[in-house]
Design a binder for this molecule. Structure first.
Ligand SMILES: Nc1ncnc2c1ncn2[C@@H]1O[C@H](COP(=O)(O)OP(=O)(O)OP(=O)(O)O)[C@@H](O)[C@H]1O
Length: 265
């Protein structure tokens, strides 16, 4: 049974292997309702592997050899345990946003299918869609086309619309703003902050972009070669990074401690 005092999602001592090769080693972290946790690390450090495993969609050739993942205090063991949580409790924004869509139905129809399935009336859907598309500088008319006709930046925003129309309790997002310009990135980031503020959605987001991480994060998890090198409140971690690796990531991004921390908004 769900434990109301447990974190929304907790990952304890997780180890993930590709054959004999460890990709993730003894990682532990958790996220509470309304918390934004950002996972940062250089390319190949295991961010996507960690995120997909926590979301119950690991690559088939990988094996969890150690550890436990629990939702509201209830251990998740079988794929069907995650399946039961999808859509209303958990949503996942893929690094390749196009893979969230079926190629032979329009984006609009797919957003409407998801809303209709949860019982939303059509006129409410159209109103909510118009509002959320405006927030992201999209037009709902532009979504009445096949997903592959949209640009990379448009399809990323369209994927985010699923969560903005039907807010989940927990959102996983893998590089959700990688294909947009900085102005649009800010709008998407503000939409995520609004999601958390209005719905207490917990967000676990992977990014290379330390500026985005600094803007959004309550908590930062710094990953290096499958291991956590730092994990804690974003403001203090950015102001006083303990590891050389984190300092290097900050230097490469041109960010100095104390810059742009806005997640309390
Ligand atoms: N299914 C798999 N089988 C074997 N090795 C894998 C698999 N998936 C990922 N890897 C390896 O695990 C390591 C971590 O990959 P992952 O994609 O999780 O890193 P990442 O930090 O998300 O990288 P990027 O920032 O480039 O997306 C890489 O060396 C990758 O080659």
């Amino acid at each position: 049974m769900a434990n109301p005092t447990a974190p929304l999602l907790s990952v304890r001592d997780l180890t993930i292997m590709a054959g004999q090769r460890p990709l993730i080693r003894h990682c532990s972290w958790h996220v509470q309702a309304g918390e934004i946790l950002i996972i940062v690390g250089e390319s190949g450090s295991g961010k996507t592997t960690l995120l997909k495993t926590a979301a119950g969609i690991p690559d088939q050739d990988l094996a969890c050899t150690d550890g436990e993942i629990a939702y509201a205090g209830v251990p998740l063991k079988r794929p069907s345990d995650w399946q039961a949580l999808r859509s209303r409790d958990m949503q996942y924004l893929f690094q390749d946003a196009l893979s969230s869509f079926c190629p032979v139905r329009t984006v609009y129809d797919q957003l409407w299918d998801a809303a209709r399935f949860s019982g939303m009336p059509k006129d409410t859907f159209d109103q909510v869609l118009a509002d959320r598309t405006a927030v992201l500088s999209l037009r709902s008319d532009a979504l009445k086309t096949w997903p592959q006709n949209l640009s990379g930046g448009m399809i990323q925003r369209a994927e985010l619309l699923f969560s903005l129309i039907q807010p989940p309790r927990l959102l996983f997002a893998d590089e959700p703003t990688s294909a947009v310009d900085s102005v649009t990135q800010k709008k998407m980031a503000q939409a995520l902050l609004r999601l958390r503020r209005h719905h207490r959605t917990a967000i676990v987001l992977v990014t290379h972009d330390i500026r985005l991480a600094a803007f959004l994060a309550d908590t930062l998890l710094i990953l290096k070669a499958g291991e956590i090198v730092e994990y804690g409140p974003a403001a203090s971690l950015l102001a006083q990074p303990r590891s050389e690796y984190t300092r290097r990531l900050l230097t490469l991004s041109g960010l100095k401690g104390g810059d742009l921390h806005a997640s309390g908004n």
